[in-house]
Ligand binder design. Structure first.
Ligand code: ADP
Ligand code: MG
Length: 678
């Protein structure tokens, strides 16, 4: 059977029914999705160690002498011990809880192992290495980050199967661009990334560049199109701003606006009075009070009898905003739609939007679904914009005629980048937050102090503090063995904090479960939450005042700053504690020191741009400015600019298009045409 790049994953040999679920759950729908899951690194069999390089990962070819297994049934542990030889040196390789390896080592006398040797009990030992047999006829093996429970080896086999069946001359880029950048066909490029015959980092980087470039090019084409249409859209919706609205603002707000909020709100009111639709970016550090300003804008729309929508980047956030909005607006008719909203409820919402019963709709990108049609949509808020791509922005535009748009972001996007990304938007900045907040105290906790540190936190929590503890992983990972996981640590935490209850929040919990935990945390029933970085964006629990970040060196500066922004939102003194990994690098350490020394988001973002490189938990959690799949707007910024130039050229001279680009632009234009302008 022949495979195409757009063939569904179930067509791939080796993908059974259960795999299909696992893959599609993670967003891998077709062959190309799988092939864009690039290897995280490669094992090069031509580059094997000749001597033992202690404490450093590497490849060794060993002779197996004997193998033994010991089991402890009570503790449910098994240990396979392989005794072998590497050149003249006696060595030991140890595997925990993989009893099936016993047979493997009885069968194979010469194997490759990949991992690091350490000297224990006077002998070189390696624990849980990756193993390869001689039967592998390839000189270079790719290693993949797992997808769900699919391990690297599975993925390697699936991808090999794809390449034996793949025949596709599909092309996205026009010929002249392929020549200009020295690219080769998509199929061959992917083959060189996944099954290189010889390992060359430079070559592979160049191969990846093709996809980064393509992604950026399409982004810029779309951005240009949208801009040309939406620049200076004539206003349809007229707003009155009278005493009734002023009174209801006073009624909704429980506090005085800060001067920054007042200025931003004035900018918005002026936009709403102007001849053109509002297109404004509201920028301000975490916690300065952007969301409140957005709520006020929605209030103006509501009081003028229009509908509006509030788009949040995650389900938790959508629910949190909805929860706050219910208290804020009191008598407004508001509702919420997310991916997990039931069919019945969705049908109700659809009806409510059409007949105008719903005044403000909160939600995630689920609300972009075309079946939701508003009676008279006048305003859209996109919260924490950096998580949304341009196409989502477009989808929202398509929902209403000449809607007023406000996007908020806590990412202090540097000016030059702001211009290339958002030069169709006007910018309001809120520089400082409400008064009376004490600066957050940030410190690094050394590994040998971990126990006493947590005992001390327990005492504080018993006196009324509230803490988040953030871990990088849900489950233990062999590949990232230095990273702590919730699975491994939860016993530790329950022991230390006993009898205090602990709430868990990860991407795996259902939204109901997450909400239940957050509510309990909000009310104080729960005072400790152990979680992954799902809490990173925008979660607002005022009196949470401690955040502990495990393996903190593995995050980028911007992400650490976001995480820290979860505390320091109320009157209580707040603390941020950074736990470095056991194998923290120099640059990782530097990042932590940067976070300790500065609370200025702008300064941190600038440093982040300069300090790029190594050590991020990339792929786990995108911390980039926009959701690009393969490109990284920071490290690939040059390509980003190249792509922009080429996109502008194509828009100017349409004879440069190829079939794909022509169809792509045609589709965009058709969508845009369906909107009529007065
Ligand atoms: P952001 O969206 O910028 O991260 P929020 O709008 O969520 O910030 O505000 C952070 C917290 O500060 C919220 O709990 C909000 O109620 C509170 N807040 C906002 N503005 C003020 C103000 N002017 N005075 C007092 N508290 C405020
Ligand atoms: Mg916010």
């Amino acid at each position: 059977m022949i495979l195409k790049l757009n063939s569904p994953v179930e067509k791939v040999k080796g993908v059974g029914k259960s795999y299909v679920r696992k893959l599609t759950d993670q967003g891998f729908v077709n062959v190309l999705d799988l092939l864009l899951h690039f290897p995280v690194h490669y094992i090069d069999f031509t580059c094997c160690n000749k001597t033992i390089n202690r404490g450093k990962e590497g490849l060794y070819r060993i002779d197996v002498k004997s193998v033994r297994i010991s089991r402890n049934y009570k503790k449910r542990i098994s240990v396979v011990r392989v005794y072998g030889q590497f050149f003249q040196e006696n060595i030991q390789v140890i595997f925990f809880n993989q009893p099936y390896l016993l047979d493997f080592f009885r069968k194979h006398k010469k194997i490759w192992i990949y991992g690091k040797f350490d000297k224990r009990e006077n002998i070189f030992q390696m624990i849980n290495p990756k193993i390869f047999t001689d039967s592998s006829d390839r000189t270079v093996l790719p290693v993949y980050r797992f997808i769900g429970s699919l391990k690297s080896g599975h993925l390697r086999r699936l991808i090999e199967n794809i390449f034996t069946a793949l025949q596709d001359d599909f092309e996205i880029l026009p010929r002249y661009l392929i020549e200009k950048y020295g690219f080769i066909s998509i199929q061959d490029t992917l083959r060189q990334i996944h099954c290189p015959e010889k390992y060359s980092e430079k070559r592979i980087d160049h191969m990846k560049k093709r996809f980064v470039f393509t992604e950026f090019l399409l982004f810029h084409l779309e951005l240009q199109k949208i801009r040309s249409v939406f620049r200076k859209v004539k206003r349809i919706h007229r707003y009155g701003f009278n005493d009734k609205i002023r009174t209801s603002i006073r009624y909704c707000l429980g506090f005085e606006l800060t001067s920054g909020q007042k200025t931003a709100f004035n900018d918005i009111i002026n936009d709403l009075k102007s001849k053109f639709a509002m297109q404004r970016l509201l920028q301000g550090d975490v916690g300065v009070g952007k969301t409140v300003v957005a709520f006020l804008a929605l209030l103006v729309a509501k009081e003028n009898g229009y509908q509006s929508a509030f788009l949040a980047p995650t389900e938790i956030l959508a629910h949190q905003h909805f929860f706050n909005a219910k208290r804020f607006y009191r008598n407004a008719k508001i509702d919420i739609v997310t991916g997990s909203t039931s069919f019945k409820k969705k049908a109700e919402i659809k009806e409510g939007l059409k007949n105008g019963k719903i005044e403000i709709l909160f939600g995630t990108h689920a609300l972009l679904n075309e079946k939701f049609k508003f009676k008279d949509l006048s305003m859209i808020i996109i919260d924490e914009q950096h998580r949304f791509g341009v196409s989502q922005r477009a989808a929202l535009y398509y929902k209403g005629k000449s809607v007023d748009l406000l996007v908020t972001t806590a990412t202090p996007i540097p000016r030059t980048m702001l211009l290339t990304l958002f030069n169709d938007l006007q910018v309001s900045k809120i520089k400082s937050g409400p008064k009376g907040r004490k600066p957050i105290i940030t410190s690094i906790v050394e590994p040998n102090k971990r126990n006493s540190f947590y005992r001390c936190q327990k005492a504080k929590i018993e006196k009324g503090d509230k803490a988040y503890i953030v871990l990088p992983l849900i489950e233990k990972s062999d590949f990232f063995s230095a990273l702590r996981s919730i699975e491994e640590e939860s016993d530790y935490y329950s022991n230390i904090f006993r009898p205090l209850p602990i709430g868990l929040i990860t991407g795996r919990n259902s939204i109901l479960e997450k909400e239940r935990v957050l509510k309990a945390f909000y009310s104080g029933e729960l005072r400790i939450i152990v979680c992954t970085t799902v809490i990173e964006v925008g979660i607002d629990v005022k009196d949470a005042n401690i955040i502990v970040i495990e393996n903190a060196d593995r995050y980028g500066l911007a992400q650490l700053h976001q995480l820290r922004g979860r505390v320091g939102r109320g009157e209580r003194q707040s603390y941020c504690y950074l736990h470095p990994s056991s194998n923290v690098t120099t640059s990782g350490r530097q990042r932590l020191e940067m976070i300790v020394s500065s609370t200025d988001g702008f300064e941190i973002a600038e440093t982040d741009l300069k300090m790029r490189g190594g050590g991020f938990v990339s792929g786990f959690q995108q911390s980039g400015f926009l959701d690009f799949k393969v490109g990284d707007i920071k490290s690939d910024y040059r390509i980003f600019l190249d792509a922009r130039r080429d996109a502008l050229e194509i828009i100017r001279d349409r004879s440069l298009e190829n079939d794909f680009v022509r169809d792509f632009l045609f589709d965009l234009e058709k969508k845009i045409e369906t909107i009529s302008f007065s």
